[in-house]
Write a protein that binds this ligand. Structure first.
Ligand code: DP6
Length: 402
C-alpha cells in the first residue's frame, strides 16, 4: 500500500503596513492592502505533516500533540476543503490515473518551534504550513500566490507567509476574493542585512483577539476610514520603493508611522482597545531617542519598532546596528538569561551592560525590573515555505502524531 504523506514548514511574518479590518469576514477579504517581512525559519517556524488515507475515518488535526476540533464551517475545514477541491479539479480531473486523494480523509500534525506562551502569533505560520503540506501531498502545480488565497481563508496574515523576503498582500476588489493574494515585493536575498529583534513582553491580561478587535474597529472607528482611503495606499507605494532601494531610513519612518496608526485606530474603537503597555511604550521611547541621535549625526534612522495586537515589540534594523540595539534593550530591561548571539555578531565580550551611544539621553525611560521583557529573539529576513524530507514527518506509521 502506498503512503501518501508530505511535510512542509512555513515562516512567521511581521507586518510593516498592518492589516486591520475585513470587508468580508467569511472569505477574509481585507479593507486595506498590507506588507510584511518574512522572518527566518531557523528561529521561528511551523512544521506540518499531512497524510491522506482511505482507511482514516475523518479529517483530524493535532497541534503540538493535542487534537484540535475541526469545526464544520470553521477556517480549518475551509482550507482543507479548498485544497481537496483544487486536487480534484487540477490533478484528478486532468489525469484519470492519479489516485483519488481528494476523496480520502486526512490526518494533519503541526508543531511550532517557538512556545505559544511567548505570545507570538502562530496562526500565520500555522496556516501557511498547513496549505504548503497539503499542496505537496496533493502534488499541486499551484504558485505561492495561488496557495496564498487558500491560506488567507485560514487567517488573513497567513497569506503573506507563502513567500520569503518582503511580501505584499494585495487587497483585491473581486467579491469572490480570487485577487486578494500575496505577492513577492523582493526576495530574502535582496536585503539579507535586514535583522529583527523580537522583545517578548510580559503580559498577564487577556487581550482582545485580532479577529474580534478588527471587526469592532470596522464598525465603530471613523479614523479607520481615513486610514483605508488615504493613508495605506500612499504608504504601500512608499515602503515598496524603500525596500526596492534598500533605503532603511524610509523603511523605518513608514513602518513606525504605520504601527502608530494601527494602535491609534484600536484606541479609536468603541470600546477602546489597548494593545501596548508601559513596557511597549518604553521601548518606543528608546528607539525614538536612538533614532534622534542618529538623525542628528547622519540624517538617517537606525531602527524601526512595530507592534501587533499585543505588547510585544519587533525592532527591525540593519545587522550592523544590532549590537547597539541589543545592549540598549538589555540595559533598560535586564534579562534573566544571557543573550543568545545566534549570528556571532557580538564578539567575545557578548552583550553586557554596554555603554549607551554618545549623546543618548538616558532619562527617556526608566530601568525596568528583570522579567518585564521576558525574552529576546534575534532573527532576520528569511525564506518561504520549505518542503521537508520524509524523516522530518510528525506522523507515525499509525497516522497519529509521533
Ligand atoms: C495586527 O491575521 O491574526 O497582526 O484574519 O482574523 O485571522 P484574522 O486576523 P490576523 O490579524 C493580524 C493583525 C496584525 C496585523 C498584520 O499582521 O498585518
Amino acid at each position: 500500500m502506498a503512503i501518501y504523506q508530505a511535510t512542509a514548514s512555513a515562516p512567521v511574518n511581521i507586518a510593516c503596513i498592518k492589516y486591520w479590518g475585513k470587508r468580508d469576514t467569511k472569505l477574509i477579504l481585507p479593507t486595506n492592502s498590507s506588507l510584511s517581512v518574512t522572518l527566518d525559519q531557523d528561529h521561528l517556524r511551523s512544521t506540518t505533516t499531512a497524510r491522506a488515507d482511505p482507511s482514516f475515518e475523518r479529517d483530524r488535526l493535532w497541534l503540538n500533540g493535542t487534537e484540535e476540533e475541526i469545526k464544520d464551517v470553521g477556517r480549518l475545514a475551509t482550507c482543507i476543503k479548498e485544497m481537496k477541491r483544487i486536487r480534484r479539479e487540477v490533478v484528478e480531473a486532468k489525469d484519470p490515473q492519479a489516485p483519488k486523494l481528494s476523496t480520502f480523509p486526512v490526518h494533519i500534525a503541526s508543531h511550532n518551534n517557538f512556545p505559544t506562551a511567548a505570545g507570538l502569533a502562530s496562526s500565520a505560520s500555522g496556516f501557511a504550513a498547513l496549505v504548503s503540506a497539503l499542496a505537496a501531498l496533493y502534488e499541486l502545480p499551484s504558485s505561492p500566490s495561488e496557495l496564498s488565497v487558500i491560506a488567507r481563508q485560514g487567517s488573513g496574515s497567513a497569506c503573506r507567509s507563502l513567500f520569503g523576503g518582503f511580501v505584499a498582500w494585495e487587497m483585491g476588489s473581486a467579491a469572490d476574493g480570487h485577487d486578494s493574494l500575496a505577492v513577492e515585493v523582493a526576495p530574502q536575498s535582496h536585503w539579507p542585512e535586514m535583522h529583527a529583534l523580537i522583545c517578548v513582553v510580559s503580559d498577564d491580561k487577556k487581550g482582545t483577539s485580532s479577529t474580534s478587535g478588527m471587526q469592532r474597529t470596522v464598525e465603530t472607528s471613523a479614523l479607520l476610514q481615513h486610514r483605508i482611503k488615504e493613508v495605506v495606499p500612499a504608504r504601500m507605494a512608499e515602503i515598496t520603493a524603500a525596500i526596492k532601494a534598500r533605503d532603511f531610513d524610509a523603511f523605518a519612518r513608514v513602518t513606525m508611522a504605520d504601527s502608530n496608526q494601527f494602535h491609534a485606530v484600536a484606541l479609536d474603537t468603541e470600546p477602546p482597545i489597548f494593545y501596548m503597555n508601559d513596557v511597549s511604550r518604553a521601548i518606543i521611547a528608546l528607539v525614538v531617542e536612538y533614532n534622534r541621535v542618529a538623525l542628528e549625526k547622519t540624517g538617517k534612522r537606525k531602527a524601526a519598532y512595530t507592534f501587533d495586537a499585543g505588547p510585544n515589540a519587533v525592532i527591525y534594523a540593519p545587522a550592523e546596528n544590532m549590537r547597539e540595539i541589543v545592549s540598549l534593550i538589555v540595559r533598560y530591561f535586564p534579562q534573566k538569561d544571557a543573550f543568545k548571539d545566534v549570528f556571532g555578531l557580538f564578539g567575545v565580550a557578548g552583550v553586557g551592560e554596554g555603554g549607551l551611544v554618545e549623546g543618548f539621553d538616558e532619562r527617556v525611560a526608566k530601568r525596568f525590573e528583570t522579567g518585564a521583557v521576558k525574552g529576546l529573539i534575534h532573527t532576520r529576513v528569511g525564506d518561504g515555505p520549505r518542503r521537508l524530507a520524509a524523516e522530518e514527518a510528525l506522523l507515525g506509521g499509525d497516522g497519529k502524531p509521533l
